[in-house]
Design a protein around this ligand. Sequence first.
Ligand code: SF4
Length: 330
Amino acid sequence: MLSAKLLKQCALEAGADAVAIGPVSRYEGAPKQFDVRYILPGCKSVIGLAFRHLRGVFRGIEEGTFFSNYSGVAYASINCMRQPMVLREICKWVEDQGYDTVPIPNHFGWVATNTSGQLPHGQEQVPTPGVSRPLREGLPCPNLSVHMRLGAVISGLGEMGWSKMFLTKEFGPRQRIALLLTDAEFDYDPIVKPGTICDRCKLCAKACSGNAIPTDDSKVVRVVIDGVPIEWADLDYTVCSRYFCGASPQHNPFVVTAEDREKFAEPVGRSQQYKLPPQYFYSRALEGAAGCIRACMMHLEQTGRINNTFEKSFRRKPSWRMPTGQDTQP
Ligand code: SF4
């Protein structure tokens, strides 16, 4: 058994902002396509790592003046640069102790199942025909779909918010998640009890520019992990994928012409190529996560439910909206 204390020290020194370790036995009962135990034979532990978004990357969007930071300095560069580099350092430490590792940063898009949310809940665990086939009967189709947020729940890093954002006690919704699998064993963290951070205030739903998050308590997705029921809102992913890219002209000052209105309302793959060039392959988060990060973060700060706090509150004047009816030119 390895020391959880030393592993966590290594992870924090390497650049992670929070870390927790859970046993992979918590995957028992998971759909085969989502069960990470198929990735590493003899896997014993899943390590969840949080990489925080600086609060400052949302400042320009909050003020309505500078929109590139969240996509570039936060989302994309954390996924594509910071996570792989930090994971490498932690994996080196674990492998130097004689154990196998599998680093999983948060930018592996290609999977055999539809995890983009375009299918009704329940069907996303079914392999998409024609993408790949299992090596033999009984195995999942490559690539396995690693559910980053539920992996982080299993590690004990935090909980699922009503918004489906992963919340930690340190930063609330303000982070990206990476996972690390290993056949080393540790003393494990408990699963964070649902409701520890998210109080179901539903401010995430009220501030979402696309109304993608329902407020109705009956519209939930529910899974059970290690006997613990985990629930979150059953989002409209099609709406989410368009509106977080700027589909609402009232929340997107780059909508100037009628063509802009049409292009920013296109599906995510096309809209993120439009007008503002991608930063590290990514440019789309123009809405600045108005509900699922900004509203949630402000609520958790104000109610003292997270630890990373500031001298001044994040919002210092009423949130802005572009004037209706004057948002396009002929
Ligand atoms: S805004 Fe409120 S309901 Fe939504 S995820 Fe955050 S704490 Fe939960």
